[in-house]
Design a protein around this ligand. Structure first.
Ligand code: UDX
Length: 439
């Protein structure tokens, strides 16, 4: 099947390579020349385990190519819309300018019978509006909404083996045609028995934001419990283990710590609130404001804890920050809680050294004021305190005995509840974490 993928950022690039892996003939299109050149040379423009191998394989098969020219989408029968929908500057709402520009230029290449499949996360109501536009300009062309749930760090696995397929379809007969086309695109995934949920446009759009809102709420719930644990002397990690055994609750996404960041959860819950306001349903989502507030409070609490451990003042104190990406196995620093904390510490007079296994170059590009070094040992040299802010496996695996020889003071603050407290305490460290007693 001939497929075009419009927008080759994180989602689009992985989707394009995955569709070629499924046997389709794919062209990935993006206006960013540098990105397209890099992808065409089998170099991933971002860090994602397994992606570069898949990209190389798909290019070598001859089934994948990249282009900056929208006219190359002509001839494809399915066009996946994968452009970004960032938060508007100074507002909660999503910025749809890339979606609109992509559809506008795609219209030139569309032919009757083509299917446009939206994957970007959009405010509810966008699909119906785009369907009208597309069907009005190119009679016989169709639109379906087919949200994507990939996680960074697991993007390839999540795309090739998703836990569900969601199709938002038109109520017209063309909806059933679109369904058959999508089934053909995803044939191996469908054959593997992946659950399918077939809905209208609005439900499909809502599935994505509702899922992300639920995940964000779950994280903020356990972080609110962490605040209570600090007030009562209880232990949030044991609490999460105990409530997580109830399979109605489940242990996943109950890791208390610095909270959520990245390019999705924060902006998606804000855009959802903004859209609810436009629809006159804002009351239904006021709890999400609290979810956001709890999340942002974690960052302040981390800085306060560092100050407390450093005898009441950050001024001139040497602080090592381990981890800067918004989560491990990613080089993405968008709305990274770790970087936010590092910057606050520096603003308050600490001498901060940051290290991250993958995000170093991104930090140097956009946070030039931060001192970035290559290894945990360099960051921790003569440090008065070490802060673990993104739980990369290599930081979890640090040997507290050897690492203790590098620092000036053996004080560790575990912002992700990821270290083995007993091991660090046994090696002579003062251990502090959010929502746990001092060790
Ligand atoms: C998320 C959704 O999981 C994915 O389905 C959607 O398509 C895009 O948004 P992603 O942003 O890649 O994916 O990361 P995710 O693994 O969900 O983590 C988000 C943030 O929550 C990270 O900052 C992570 O550190 C934090 N988190 C996660 C916690 O603080 N505690 C947890 O228990 C889990």
């Amino acid at each position: 099947m001939k497929i075009s993928v419009i927008g080759c950022g994180y989602l689009g690039a992985v989707h394009a390579a995955s569709m070629a892996e499924l046997g389709h003939d794919v062209v990935g299109i993006d206006v960013d020349r540098a990105k397209i050149e890099s992808l065409q040379q089998a170099r991933a423009p971002f860090y994602e385990p397994g992606f570069e191998v898949l990209l190389g394989r798909s290019l070598a098969s001859g089934r994948l190519r990249f282009s900056t020219n929208m006219a190359d989408a002509r001839g494809a029968v399915v066009h996946f819309l994968c452009v970004g929908t960032p938060q508007k500057r100074g507002e909660y709402a999503a910025d749809l300018r890339y979606v609109e520009a992509a559809v506008e230029s795609l219209l030139e290449a569309l032919e009757p019978g083509d299917l446009v499949a939206g994957k970007s996360t959009v405010p509810v109501g966008t699909a119906a509006r785009l369907a009208e536009l597309i069907e009005g300009k190119v009679p016989g062309a169709m639109l379906a909404w087919n949200p994507e749930f990939l996680r960074e760090g697991f993007a390839v696995q999540d795309t090739l083996h998703p836990d569900r397929l969601v199709y938002g379809l038109s109520p017209d007969p063309s909806g059933q045609t679109a369904r058959a086309v999508l089934d053909e695109v995803y044939a191996p995934i469908v054959a593997a028995g992946t659950p399918q949920v077939v809905t209208d446009y609005a439900t499909a759009e809502m599935v994505k934001v509702a899922a992300n809102s639920f995940l964000a709420t779950k994280i903020s719930f356990i972080n609110a419990m962490a605040e209570l644990c600090e007030a009562t002397g209880a232990d949030v990690k044991q609490l999460a283990d105990a409530i997580g055994h109830d399979d109605r609750i489940g242990r996943k996404f109950l890791n208390a710590g610095l909270g959520f960041g990245g390019g999705c959860l924060p902006k998606d819950i804000r855009a959802f609130m903004a859209r609810a306001g436009e629809l006159g349903a804002d009351q239904a989502l006021t709890f999400l404001r609290e979810v956001d507030n709890i999340n942002m409070r974690r960052r302040i609490r981390m800085v306060d804890l560092a100050r407390e451990v450093l005898d009441g003042s950050l001024l001139g104190k040497r602080v090592a920050v381990l981890g800067a990406a918004f989560k491990p196995d990613s080089d993405d620093i968008r709305d990274s809680p770790a970087l936010n904390v590092a910057a606050q510490l520096q603003l308050q007079g600490a001498v901060v050294r940051v290290t991250d296994p993958a995000a170093g170059d991104n930090i140097r590009r956009s946070w030039a004021q931060l001192d970035v070094v290559d290894t945990a040992e360099e960051a921790a040299e003569r440090a008065d305190a070490v802060l673990l802010l993104t739980e990369w496996q290599q930081f979890r695996d640090l040997d507290p005995v050897a690492f203790g020889r590098v620092v000036a003071q053996k004080r560790v603050l575990d912002g992700r509840n990821a270290l083995d407290m007993d091991r660090w305490v046994a090696a002579g460290w003062t251990y502090r974490a959010l929502g746990r007693r001092a060790g």
